[in-house]
Design a protein. Sequence first.
Length: 134
Amino acid sequence: MIGFEPKIIGFLCNWCAYEGADAAGRARKAYPPGLRVVRVMCSGRVDPQFILEAFKEGADGVMILGCHPGDCHYKEGNLQMLKRYVILKRVLSQFGIEEDRLKLDWISAGEGDKFVKVVCEMTERVRQLGPLPR
């Protein structure tokens, strides 16, 4: 859709993904302006209700970005999120929300370039899907 700029909510782990975003900012890397960051202590602390609420309140896409598996500061928080993510994608489809509107990825503190790449890819994917029907 021409002129459509997706609204994307990003739940970023404080220790890794948020620091990766900060690294991208310090390096003055540009990424789409539609991302709204919610800093969480661990991706494992993102309740599925937060994602449903984000879509209900107008998000066109939601990203959960955490530490790489094996690097979680809370041992297994990101693995718990991975289990919830698989189920959540199925639940979203029951609400008529395309699975591609939700993304889980792993970004470390030093991966500013990867952060930009993941955000750009997600924005383009959601742009192709168009606005979430309300």
